[in-house]
Design a protein around this ligand. Structure first.
Ligand code: GRF
Length: 217
């Protein structure tokens, strides 16, 4: 099977991008990163991509009149790279329904909570406030509902009595850096599909919480 073309969208530090780059370079993912696109010219992730010889593009959302025109430009740029997979890796923009529908089934996101818990922002503080015993992250297909698409996999960590939002964020990010490459690997191996009834792995429905990928598979 030919390597799958991947486009990664970022807005910031790009540590998840880095984890995916490293997994591709180790030969663990049957894919090639065709482009890294940032909506922020100062995103640290752009430097990471360039250090690995990857093609980078900046599409600064502030130069567009609105969400529709930005998303149209973003969609057209992504399609130039003919990706089988588009990876949102800390891409801090709400996407229009048209964009999401266009890429449906080939658009993944990582979210720092055990979905369906704590959609949206400030997930670590909210998990602490809610008195949760565990927390973690989820990789999911993107749907038009914010953080609401079919979950592919999750990784979990116990919340310690002395955890703060910051310590929890560090623990969850470490999990993210294993979880995201593993899910990208499954996708690029042709093992994942999105259907009207949810996500399938090897043709079989995944549980609502996806695979438990807390331990390295
Ligand atoms: C991650 O915590 C991810 O869960 C969230 O945005 C953050 C991105 O971090 N969606 P990075 O840019 O990959 O370092």
């Amino acid at each position: 099977m030919n390597p799958v073309n991947i486009v990664v969208l970022i807005s910031g530090s790009g540590t998840n991008l880095q984890a995916i780059i490293d997994a591709v370079e180790r030969g663990e993912i049957n894919g090639r990163i065709a482009a890294v696109i940032s909506n922020r010219p100062d995103a640290k992730g752009l430097e990471r991509a360039q250090q690995h010889g990857l093609h980078t593009v900046v599409i600064d959302h502030r130069t567009f009149s609105g969400r529709d025109t930005f998303d149209a430009a973003l969609q057209a740029t992504i399609e130039q790279f003919q990706p089988a997979l588009v990876v949102l890796a800390g891409f801090m923009r709400i996407l229009t329904d048209g964009f999401v529908q266009h890429f449906s089934g080939r658009l993944l996101n990582i979210h720092p909570s055990l979905l369906p818990k704590f959609k949206g922002l400030n997930t670590h503080a909210r998990a602490l406030e809610a008195g949760e015993k565990e927390h973690g992250c989820s990789v999911h297909f993107v749907s038009c509902e914010l953080d609401g698409g079919a979950v592919i996999g999750q990784a979990r960590v116990a919340i310690a009595a002395d955890d703060s939002a910051d310590t929890l964020a560090t623990k969850v990010q470490q999990l993210e850096h294993r979880l995201y490459p593993t899910c990208v690997k499954l996708f690029c191996a042709g093992q994942l599909q999105l259907t009207d009834n949810g996500a399938l792995l090897d043709g079989k429905p995944l549980p609502l919480n996806g695979l438990d990928l807390t331990e390295a598979p």
